[in-house]
Design a protein around this ligand. Structure first.
Ligand code: EPZ
Length: 423
C-alpha cells in the first residue's frame, strides 16, 4: 500500500517504450487454458496479470513470467471453479468463464460484483454462452455452468459491442462443434489480438470489415507462441503527461493505428504528433487548447479508458472542454480529486464540463480506480508544488513501473511504501 510523491511543474524529455497491453494479455491468458502449452511475449508485469496467473495456478496450471514472457503449461489443470477471493481480485476474471467451460464442460464461479466504475452486469456473457449450449444456474451467489452435451456453434447478436462478452464467446466457440457468428461484436484491437492468438493455436477465427466475428470450432487448440500488442491506453497516458507539461516525447514499440481516436484530440489541443513505424512523437505547446467535445464510444470511437488522463490535460487548457461518458455509468470519480488540485470541473450524470484554469496546485489526493489514478499523476506533473497520491494499487494494476518510466524522462516522482520506505 504505497503512495506517489510528485514534485510538479516538470518538463519531460526523452523516449519511452510502450508496454504490452493489459487488456489484450488478460483474455489471451484465459485462452491458454485451451492449449497444452503457451508462450506469450510482451506480457506486462502488472498486478492484474498476477491475478490472472493466480487463477491459472489455482486451476492447476504452471505459469512463469520472465522478462516480459509468460509461459503457461496446462497439463496439471484439474479444477473447474474460481473461488470468490480470486474473482474479487480482478473484475475481468469473468473472461475465464468461457475457457473453463470449454476445457472442463463445467465451471463454477462466484458472481463478479460491480467495481469502481459502477454496475458491471454480465448478462451478455451469459446469454452468449447459453446460445453455445451452456446451462447456467444461479447457486446462492455462485454461477454453476454446464455444457453436458458439449459446446456447439451459434449465431449471436450482442445488444452492445461488449469487449468481455465478445472475448468469452470467441474463446468458447473456438473449440465448439460447428460455426459461430458474433454480430455487433466489439472491435477493439484487443479483440483482433485474441483472434490472432487463437489462430496461432490452430483455431479458425475471422473478423470481417463490419467487425462481425466468425469462428469455426476445432477439436483442440495446439501449443503456440504469441506476442501481445502494445498498450494503447498506456501510450495515450504518456502522451497526456507530455501534453500537460508542454514537453516533447518519443514513444517506441507503439501502434499509432490503435490511437486514431486520440491523436486528433491531441492535435485539437495544440500538440503536433508524428507517427512512424511503431513510433510516435509529440511536441506540446506551452498552454493547451480546450477540447470542444470528448464522447467516449466503443472502438474505433474515443476510448473510455483515456477519458480520465484527457480530463486532467483539459483542466489546464485555455478554455472549456465537454466530456460525455457513454460506456460506464460512474466514471468521473477522479473529477473530485482533480478539483482538490484546483481544477474547475462540473459533473452532471454522464456529462462533465471542464473549465480550464491557469494553474493547478499540489495536494493530497486518492486514486479511485485505475485510469482515474493515472489522471492524478498527469495533473500532479504539471501542478505547482508537491502532490501526495495515495491508493496507488489501482494504478499498478495497469501501468508497469510508472514512477521509473516518468523518472527516466526527468519527472520528480517517488513511490513511498506505507512504512515510509522509498521504492
Ligand atoms: C473492457 O472491460 C476493458 N477491460 C475496460 O478497461 C474497458 O473500459 C472496457 O472494455 C470498454 O472499453 C478489459 O479489457 C480487461 P464491456 P469490459 O463488456 O469487457 C456493459 C481498464 O481501465 N455490459 O465492453 O468489462 C458494461 O456494464 C478497463 O483497463 C453489460 O451491460 O467492458 C459497460 O457499461 C476498465 N452487460 C459496457 O457494457 C454485459 O454482459 C461496456 O462493457 C457486458 C457489458
Amino acid at each position: 500500500m504505497g503512495k506517489y510523491i510528485v514534485e510538479g511543474q516538470a518538463r519531460l524529455q526523452g523516449e519511452l517504450r510502450v508496454q504490452g497491453s493489459k487488456n489484450a494479455a488478460l483474455p489471451i491468458l484465459a485462452a491458454t487454458l485451451l492449449t497444452p502449452h503457451s508462450v506469450v511475449h510482451n506480457c506486462p508485469n502488472l498486478s492484474d496479470i498476477g491475478a490472472a496467473s493466480n487463477i491459472l495456478e489455482y486451476l492447476g496450471c504452471r505459469c512463469s513470467l520472465e522478462e516480459g514472457t509468460m509461459t503457461v503449461d496446462t497439463a496439471g489443470c484439474c479444477r473447474d471453479d474460481i473461488p470468490d477471493n480470486l474473482m474479487r481480485e480482478m473484475r475481468s476474471s469473468i473472461v475465464f468463464l468461457g475457457a473453463i467451460i470449454a476445457r472442463c464442460a463445467r465451471a463454477r464461479i462466484s458472481m463478479p460484483g460491480g467495481c469502481e466504475l459502477g454496475p458491471r452486469p454480465i448478462d451478455m456473457h451469459l446469454s452468449g454462452l447459453k446460445k453455445l449450449g451452456v446451462s447456467i444456474r444461479d447457486d446462492y451467489g455462485y454461477l454453476d455452468c454446464r455444457a453436458e452435451h458439449g459446446l456447439h456453434g451459434a449465431k449471436i447478436s450482442l445488444p452492445f459491442p461488449s469487449v468481455g462478452a465478445t472475448e468469452n464467446i470467441m474463446i468458447a466457440a473456438s473449440v465448439a462443434r460447428g460455426d459461430t457468428e458474433i454480430h455487433n461484436a466489439a472491435r477493439e484491437p484487443e479483440i483482433y489480438d485474441l483472434a490472432a492468438f487463437l489462430c496461432a493455436c490452430g483455431g479458425k477465427v475471422q473478423i470481417d470489415s463490419s467487425g462481425t466475428v466468425y469462428v469455426s470450432g476445432v477439436e483442440q487448440l495446439q501449443s503456440c507462441e504469441h506476442t501481445v500488442i502494445p498498450d494503447r491506453i498506456v501510450a495515450a497516458t504518456w502522451l497526456s503527461c507530455a501534453a500537460i507539461t508542454g514537453s516533447r516525447l518519443h514513444l517506441y514499440d507503439v501502434e499509432p493505428q490503435h490511437l486514431t481516436a486520440c491523436i486528433p484530440m491531441f492535435e485539437e489541443a495544440g500538440c503536433e504528433l508524428r507517427a512512424g513505424e511503431s513510433t510516435l512523437d509529440i511536441v506540446s505547446p506551452r498552454r493547451l487548447l480546450p477540447l470542444r467535445m470528448v464522447r467516449t464510444m466503443p472502438y474505433p470511437g474515443f476510448p473510455t479508458d483515456a477519458q480520465a488522463p484527457f480530463m486532467a490535460m483539459c483542466a489546464l487548457s485555455s478554455g472549456t472542454s465537454v466530456f460525455v461518458e457513454n460506456i460506464f455509468e460512474n466514471r468521473y470519480k477522479h473529477a473530485g480529486e482533480l478539483c482538490r488540485m484546483g481544477a474547475n470541473i462540473k459533473v452532471e450524470g454522464r456529462v462533465a464540463v471542464v473549465q480550464g484554469v491557469p494553474l493547478l496546485h499540489g495536494a493530497k489526493v486518492e486514486c479511485t480506480d485505475l485510469r482515474g489514478g493515472a489522471s492524478l499523476v498527469v495533473a500532479a506533473l504539471a501542478a505547482q508544488g508537491d502532490s501526495e497520491i495515495s491508493e496507488i494499487r489501482h494504478v499498478e494494476r495497469g501501468y508497469e513501473d510508472l514512477e521509473g518510466n516518468l523518472r527516466s524522462l526527468g519527472a520528480k516522482i517517488k513511490k513511498v511504501e506505507k512504512s515510509g520506505d522509498i521504492c
